[in-house]
Design a protein around this ligand. Structure first.
Ligand SMILES: [Zn+2]
Length: 344
């Protein structure tokens, strides 16, 4: 069991914006520790130091929440890769790793559940049981290892999100529930994203919002709608990619006629300045929990933290491009202005 952080998630949100960071699976795939395709976090058992290092990098960059890497570490997915027997070990270890690093700073630990691919609109009753059982076993282990709250994320269905919420509330923990906005306007069970968030909040979710799929430009208008109808805390964690009105999700981005998702997305990456600008826009909208999802990396998190007025351990090495005799002149005017603002 960990030494708990000095303030819980609700206390922190009451006092101001909480900065989060995710995208562990995407980043650890890029680093060579997770197989693209199944995207199961086998790294938790196979290379735990790699997981801890990424937690630590996010922590140093100003992230306040270490999210246990249990994304896709559920029964259905582990079956696909023949590691069903490692289910409990993987889940417990993921929470332990998050705790070990959280204690190096003053970060919270979030248990994590996600879309299961088991929820079936054609058989809601039976599939709900399967989903509930998976969430109960994952979070049961997480609670035993020590978590501060739970993030249920990347939910395609409001129905599935509500099951996650119920399980979290049964455990007596604060719940953050966020939806994947992969469809143009509605969840896969037909609710607008704002409606679905409102229903989740009405059912007791402490924090609701959106994560993954959309970049800043296409997620901000949706989160504005969520903010308008949800009186409580709102979370936003976009992917750092330049999605557009015609390609509103990173799955929809194409280059030379080919789909860029998930392995050829680099040409669409946002700069750190664009992600910092996103953090400011989210703050202006009144969003309470601001983070990043797939594609996220520590340099983005640090830029977001600093633009929100924070100094992080990694700020010691923040850019001083003007000190480089040649590179300084190549910084674009817009970025120069940003750096000037940033430092004042
Ligand atoms: Zn994501």
């Amino acid at each position: 069991m960990s030494n708990r952080a000095t303030r819980g998630i609700l206390e922190r949100l009451h006092n101001g914006i909480v900065l989060g960071a995710e995208g562990y699976v995407f980043e650890l795939e890029r680093r060579g520790y997770i197989k693209a395709g199944p995207y199961v976090p086998e790294v938790v058992l196979d290379a735990p130091e790699a997981v801890k290092e990424l937690h630590r990098e996010f922590l140093r960059a100003g992230c306040e929440v270490m999210v246990a890497l249990t994304y896709y570490a559920h029964r259905e997915k582990l079956k696909d890769v023949g590691r069903e027997n490692d289910l409990e070990r993987m889940n417990r270890q993921a929470v332990r790793l998050a705790n070990e690093v959280a204690r190096e700073g003053d970060a919270l630990v979030a248990g994590n559940i996600c879309n299961t691919w088991a929820y079936d609109l054609h058989d809601v009753q039976a599939s709900s049981k399967v989903v509930r059982a998976m969430y109960e076993e994952q979070l049961g282990w997480a609670v035993e290892e020590g978590i501060d709250f739970v993030i249920a994320e990347t939910n395609d269905y409001l129905g599935e999100a509500l099951i996650g919420l119920e399980v979290i509330k049964q455990l007596g923990l604060p719940a953050m529930v966020t939806l994947a906005s992969v469809q143009p306007e509605h969840t896969r069970d037909g609710y607008t994203y704002a409606e679905a968030c409102k229903i989740l909040a009405d059912h007791g979710a402490d924090i609701v919002g959106l994560n993954c799929d959309r970049g800043p430009q296409t997620m901000l208008p949706l989160i504005e709608q969520v903010r308008a109808v949800v009186p409580g805390y709102v979370a936003v964690q976009p992917v750092p990619y330049k999605t557009t009105a015609s390609a509103p999700t990173f799955e929809a981005l194409t280059r030379n006629g080919e789909r860029a998702f998930p392995l050829a997305l680099e040409p669409f990456m946002c700069t750190r300045f664009e992600m910092a600008d996103f953090a400011l826009q989210a703050q202006a909208l009144g969003v309470n929990y601001i983070g990043i999802c797939c594609g996220g990396a520590p340099h983005y998190v640090r830029a977001m933290a600093e633009v929100l007025g924070r100094t992080t351990p990694a700020s010691k090495y923040s850019p001083a491009i003007e000190l480089h005799p040649m590179l300084g002149v190549q910084v674009e005017e817009k970025d120069q202005e940003f750096l000037a603002d940033w430092k004042s």
